[in-house]
Design a protein around this ligand. Structure first.
Ligand code: MN
Length: 295
């Protein structure tokens, strides 16, 4: 999903190419998976060619249009028994992927959970946003808060119950979004929790959180959750993040639940990267999520 309209720093529209060049298809095929489609189902325009419009929700019209197309494609793939793996793009693409997978879950009468691995909350609305960027509003909208154009995308209802959303790696929240997250009742394991309890205990709690609460999990992975030492190629790098080893282990362990049905990996920005290392790490993370074991 080569869409970077949700972020101020351009370049994550090249993320899917960078991830493909880092060997995604070869890695997945080496694990025994069959890759059905590696080209984007949508054709986007460069951000700089369009007018941002509403300063509190920049590029709202093109984002909703393209995320609608993405939702249809995710829905089609999941309904056909495929594993939709969305390559971002900035995090606003989550609006489309979560809309698509939630439609399939609802049809099957399944409860959807979201593992949101991100340094940021992405839980602003037009009332609280400091930047007007939609990648900072995408999870709030998926949970039913914010502009009706985003909340009602694809199917005119909330996509995921915030009580079924679990964060890992949070370390930077805007004041307004923090209040809304608390009110909504999302669960968060912050970097401080990780430092207090240790990562294995956090993983145990994440798995316990989903166990029995949901029937399927969507993994939404923002590369900025990683420490910039490991992932410099991302739009809003923030110090004191996850190590590559912690992130790889988290993917391996969440895969063990056996109920991960879809995922996205977002905010790979090759313009800011060093020798494509962020995309290379993205491929390694996806591989762990899709069954790779060291031994
Ligand atoms: Mn994000």
């Amino acid at each position: 999903m080569p869409l970077d309209f949700g972020a101020s720093r351009h370049g994550s529209d090249m993320g899917p190419s960078a991830i493909r060049l880092a060997g995604l298809r070869e890695k997945l095929e080496s694990l025994g998976h069959r890759v059905r489609q590696s080209a984007s189902p949508v054709r986007t325009l460069p951000q700089e060619t369009l007018d941002p419009g509403n300063p509190k929700a920049k590029y709202l019209a093109p984002i909703t249009r393209w995320c609608e197309a993405l939702a249809k494609e995710v829905c089609r793939a999941a309904a056909a028994g495929e594993f939709p793996l969305v390559l971002g793009g900035d995090h606003s693409v989550a609006l489309g992927s979560i809309a698509g997978i939630s439609a399939v879950a609802a049809e099957r009468g399944e409860r959807l959970g979201v593992l949101y691995v991100d340094a940021h909350g992405d839980f602003n609305t037009t009332e609280t946003t400091p930047s007007g960027n939609i990648h900072g509003q995408c999870l709030a909208a998926s949970c039913g808060y914010g502009l009706p154009q985003l909340v009602n995308l694809h199917r005119g209802t909330r996509k995921v119950d915030p009580a079924n959303v679990c964060f890992v790696g949070l370390r930077d929240l805007d004041r307004g979004e923090k209040a809304l997250m608390r009110e909504a009742g999302v669960t968060a394991f912050t970097m401080s929790d990780i430092d207090r309890l240790g990562f294995p205990e956090i993983i145990r709690r994440v798995k316990a959180f989903f166990n029995g609460r949901v029937d399927c999990i969507h993994v939404s992975f923002d590369m900025d959750v990683l420490d910039p030492m490991f992932a410099p190629g991302t739009g809003i790098p923030l110090a004191a993040g996850l190590s590559n080893r912690e992130a790889l282990l988290l993917m391996e362990e969440i895969a063990e639940t056996g109920i991960v049905r879809s995922a996205e990996i977002v905010e790979v920005n090759p313009v800011l990267d060093i020798r494509n290392q962020t995309a290379i790490l993205a491929v390694a993370l996806v591989a762990r999520l899709l069954g790779e074991k060291i031994y």
